[in-house]
Design a protein around this ligand. Structure first.
Ligand code: FE2
Length: 419
């Protein structure tokens, strides 16, 4: 699979994951904001931590006679020790039935007693006691009877600080997105550099191959385009055999250079129209060993040397140069051997004209198991029957002005998918 496709798939999965996490937190925020918890505690004169959330106390800071009764000045302190604000709070103070409120600060006190209670509610600007905050307020209460400020009760509601929670969630999500996005950009940048380097490598290989092919073609004008056609047939066979793309590409290169050793064969022998002597035949056959030696240095591309050396081996062991048999002949060489023979049969040569389609199929099939690997041969026969070979011939045909653009380009490479 292409690396960029893998990366995009990875990024897609990350996006889905982040969306799910975001949805989870959004749901969490929404659900937690819906539930307020009731806070309730008693407050004493001495002051004490009353619950997980509240610390409270009340002090009597004044007492004087008024209207035949006693006025008590009470000061209250409430501290919110919880993690969230307390809102809608109110404080209930048990008072005698005749109690009235002379004055108050920071709170509103209902002047009418609710049965035995006075109700303290927050002033307009102090409705919420935020986490960690202290609220102080007070009142002067007049009564003819004794007031007991120990009998106090506060209730309120814990409300999560929505703004800060949502803000934190958004910041959290943005950090995750940022990390993923930066990671994606860095990976993409590295991949682009890697692809550029790879493309450059391919260009260098192609330029080297074009130079090689120019030498080979200059030696044998009758086989102009032969290398490129063999490479395309061989790569197509490999593709149809289900070999990985990297192997298909290597076989293409191996096909291009399979006859590199012909450079060492004298022109007079290579282009001789008549019958060859045994000596001349041996000279031509030596192009395999010569090619193997020449391409020994090109070890970075797998199979190139072996293909040049063994592409004239026969499946039954009667080929040259070593008489290898069956699967002892390297796979690339067996594939290129089939492609090479097909191209020889379908091209005009100095010693004969090309064969027609039926003749080729007949001759090729006669070689199954003797000259050719039968498992490879069937793909070549398929390519003849379904017309693929004609496409190759059209693509490698000479131009009308006599020039022949036989040299290979990046787009010719099978499996060349760098974009
Ligand atoms: Fe050859």
């Amino acid at each position: 699979m292409r690396i960029s496709k893998l990366l995009n798939t990875f990024f897609m999965y990350c996006s889905v994951l982040i969306i799910l996490i975001t949805a989870y937190y959004a749901e969490k925020v929404a659900s937690e904001n819906r539930v307020d918890s009731l806070v309730e505690a008693d407050i004493s004169l001495t002051g004490a931590r009353l619950s997980d959330e509240l610390y409270g106390s009340v002090r009597k800071t004044g007492e004087w006679r008024k209207n035949g009764g006693t006025s008590n000045q009470l000061e209250f302190t409430i501290k919110n020790l919880g993690k969230s604000g307390i809102t809608n709070w109110k404080l209930l103070l048990k008072v005698p039935e005749d109690a009235t409120v002379d004055s108050q600060w920071n709170v509103e006190v209902s002047n009418e007693s609710l049965g035995d209670y006075l109700m303290f509610t927050p002033g307009q600007f102090n409705s919420t006691i935020e986490s960690g905050d202290t609220m102080e307020f007070g009142a002067v209460i007049n009564s003819k009877k004794e007031l007991d400020p120990n009998n106090l009760h506060i209730i309120g509601y814990m409300v999560l600080s929505r703004n800060s929670f949502i803000k934190n969630s958004i910041i959290f999500m943005m950090i995750i997105w940022l990390v993923v996005f930066v990671g994606y950009l860095v990976t993409k940048f590295n991949l682009k550099n890697y692809q550029e380097r790879q493309k450059n490598d391919v260009r260098i290989i192609l330029q080297s191959m074009n130079t090689f092919i120019s030498f080979i073609d200059a030696k044998d004008p009758y086989t102009r385009g032969h290398s490129r056609r063999v490479a395309m047939y061989a790569a197509e066979i490999a593709k149809r055999m289900g070999l990985p793309e990297s192997e298909v590409q290597n076989i293409y290169y191996a096909g291009l250079l399979h006859d590199a050793g012909k450079i060492s064969v004298p022109d007079a022998v290579l282009n001789k129209p008549g019958k060859l002597t045994d000596e001349e035949r041996k000279t031509i056959q030596s192009h395999t060993v010569a090619g193997g030696k020449m391409l020994k240095q090109l070890s970075s591309i797998k199979g190139i040397r072996e293909t040049a050396l063994y592409h004239h081996e026969r499946y039954d062991g009667t080929g040259y140069p070593e008489g290898l048999q069956g699967e002892n002949i390297p796979l690339y060489a067996r594939i290129v051997g089939v492609a090479d023979s097909y191209d020889a049969m379908s091209s005009n040569r100095v010693y004969r004209r090309h064969l027609n389609k039926d003749e080729i199929i007949e001759e090729i099939q006669q070689g199954a198991g003797t000259q050719f690997d039968p498992d490879i041969l069937k793909y070549m026969v398929d390519m003849i029957n379904d017309g693929y070979v004609n496409v190759v011939k059209m693509e490698t045909a000479e131009n009308e002005d006599g020039t022949n653009d036989i040299h290979i380009h990046e787009e010719d490479l099978p499996g060349f998918y760098l974009s």
